[in-house]
Write a protein that binds this ligand. Structure first.
Ligand SMILES: NC(=O)c1ccc[n+]([C@@H]2O[C@H](COP(=O)([O-])OP(=O)(O)OC[C@H]3O[C@@H](n4cnc5c(N)ncnc54)[C@H](OP(=O)(O)O)[C@@H]3O)[C@@H](O)[C@H]2O)c1
Length: 183
């Protein structure tokens, strides 16, 4: 695994190799966008569409104002905007409906919970599902909710996420989608 940074020389303390954004993209079979959603499209443009063509892009970003009260893509989503700007790069939106501590350790919660996937490319979603499994999300916890347009539901949940976190006094929670046995 290679981490990308604008200033790799200042990021030597992360415990993993760090490189520039361009170098990271050049090596990636799968790229994860974990940058502020307000600047992600611009940052990806700085890498360039040709360098990203054919690379699966897992997008966990959400564009929020500094006070966490407004979305930067209120009638759309970051995932959709990235997919539109980079049509040759299959984008999969996932993991953005939870705190980063839960993303990487879902078994730390009291019970099973749900991670969502949105994207237009079936193979890219399969690849992402395998990586989620490696991260600790069993296939039974992964819910494919459709094409990249459904990313807006995941991202817009951020506002409710912040409300729930305020009510609970904690960010360590997640949604668990449950159904009647017949569904
Ligand atoms: N943190 C969470 O629990 C969580 C949960 C759900 C979704 N998300 C989403 O995941 C993404 C990353 O979250 P985060 O908390 O890790 O964000 P962050 O700490 O603010 O930013 C992540 C990295 O992006 C780079 N960056 C920061 N500001 C930038 C700017 N103005 N322009 C270009 N690059 C910048 C920085 O790396 P370098 O300085 O090394 O380049 C920074 O370490 C966000 O979109 C967030 O909404 C986060």
């Amino acid at each position: 695994m290679l981490l990308g940074s604008r200033r790799p020389d200042d990021r030597k303390d992360l415990g993993l190799p760090v490189a520039s954004l361009n170098e990271t993209a050049a090596h990636a079979e799968v790229l994860v966008n974990a940058t502020p959603g307000t600047v992600s499209v611009e940052l990806l443009h700085s890498i360039g569409a040709p360098a990203l063509a054919g690379t699966v892009l897992i997008d966990v970003g959400v564009g929020l104002s500094d006070d966490f009260t407004e979305l930067s893509h209120p009638n759309s989503s970051l995932g959709e905007q990235i997919q539109k700007a980079f049509p040759l790069t299959p984008v999969v939106k996932t993991l953005c409906t939870m705190d980063s501590t839960v993303m990487t350790a879902p078994d730390g919660l009291d019970g099973p919970s749900t991670v969502f996937l949105s994207g237009d490319d079936t193979e890219a979603k399969r690849t992402t599902g395998r990586l989620l499994t490696d991260l600790g999300w069993p296939p039974s916890s992964q819910l494919d909710i459709g094409g990249i347009s459904t990313a807006r539901g995941q991202e817009h949940f951020a506002l409710l996420f912040i409300g729930i976190a305020g009510g609970l006094g904690s960010h360590s929670f997640n949604i668990n989608v449950v159904t009647r046995p017949s569904v």
